[in-house]
Ligand binder design. Sequence first.
Ligand SMILES: Nc1ncnc2c1ncn2[C@@H]1O[C@H](COP(=O)(O)OP(=O)(O)OP(=O)(O)O)[C@@H](O)[C@H]1O
Ligand SMILES: [Mg+2]
Length: 501
Amino acid sequence: MKMFGLHRTIPRFFRSLFWKLSLTFLSLLVVLAVAYIYITAFTAEMYFQEANQRLNASVAKHIAAETQPIVNGKVQQKKLETLFHNIMILNPSVEVYLLDTQGRILAYSTPGKDIQRTSVSLEPLQKFLQNRGASFVMGDDPKDIHGEKVFSAAKVENGGRLEGYIYVILGGEGYDSAMQFLLGSYILRLGGRAMGFTLIVAAVIGLVGFAFMTKSLRATIRTVREFQQGNLEARIPISSSIEMNQLGTAFNEMADTLVHHIQEIKTMDNLRRDLVANVSHDLRTPLASVHGYVETILMKGNTLTEEERLRYLTTVLHSTEKLKKLVEELFELSKLEAKQTTPNVEPFSIGELVQDVVQKYQLLAEQQKVSIKTIFPHHLPLVTADIALIERVFQNLLDNALKYTPENGVITIQLESTYNKVNVNVADTGYGIPPEELPYVFERYRKGSQLSLESDHGAGLGLAIVKKILEVHGISISVFSKVQEGTSFSFNLPVEASLLR
Ligand SMILES: Nc1ncnc2c1ncn2[C@@H]1O[C@H](COP(=O)(O)OP(=O)(O)OP(=O)(O)O)[C@@H](O)[C@H]1O
Ligand SMILES: [Mg+2]
């Protein structure tokens, strides 16, 4: 809850990835700058002290050799005073102490200020003497109870006997001002400015870099939002970074899939709407006719002649047959379109099937004075398909051929075997289909316009069913037609695989 409150009070920009990255980066730069200043100051100071100690390592030795400040255990006050005086004149930053063998302070050169220690530790002193001033050692500062300073030291000996030590604090009190000099140094100031400049350049480069890096992220967010707001065309542009690219590609693919599904749903929806509209239209006519005739028969009752009654009832029968066929076809097609029909594929003899179907149509053909011919070789290989569905294909093609072929016409069913297929061709010598209608004959509710036999026209579902049946088998069908000459449909059925070996 608190987080929410906090989020609301921080402006959006400061919550952005760019700002967070930049802030982290700038903080790093500041840490770096502080560390740099501290390290530079510390090393400069240490260097200064080390140089001071090395340069002045032999000062104490010279003093000891020149002055002889203790003779037989007695401090030579007079000599010391002259020495201290001279030193004060030559270098006021140097403090000279005379120590006894235990490190106790016997005398010192700066009378102005009181000393805080009565003795100094001999340990750093011994170390200094051992290394002859070649190493960097800090010793006790007598004027500061906790302080340490660089020094020079030498033994005071008399006839080979150790009498004490000369202990010289280098830099002394003047050292602090030397440190100040260091900080105020021109070179250091120059270095500081160069450092500042470098940091500013780094900060600018960093910020520009981050702005650049987060650019593709911002573009991605923009695109996703656009898509969310309904622009289905919005796609993320290809970016140079691998991660952003992967994200972009994944989103684009997802968007494609979504758009594809939406289109599929829309098409299905349109089809369904068409279907409902067409079905209600197609059902209305035969239903109205049935209704009308039945009503008349009931109303007129006994006044109807036997002949009239027979005629009316025949029309009713005809209409109900039409209705039955229509409903069956619609049911069949909707099952095929909803992909509920899976073909029960099995090997069968196509020749036998054709003979059977032709037999069933023979009577009808004779009535219409149309002949049906079959042409196929004796030994046809077995084909694999759903035999019941293929029978429906022949029925629909023959229905059409009979319906659209005038008297004395010929319908020819020809089967031809190639290496792995049996080609089926159903041709008639009928009215033919005009070229402008040819591309649409397989669409449902496509009914020919040129025929005079309006009453015999079906619902326009037959060829749509044929095409769908072959489609679920993975087979395509083609049609050739010439007006007043005839029409032929042809497709291939696959030969059973075991026969191919
Ligand atoms: N053999 C053919 N000769 C001429 N025209 C044809 C032939 N077969 C189909 N057609 C044309 O194609 C149209 C569509 O045929 P389809 O079989 O799909 O519908 P239909 O025969 O009108 O109705 P249904 O088959 O549903 O009873 C027909 O209306 C007709 O105009
Ligand atoms: Mg038909």
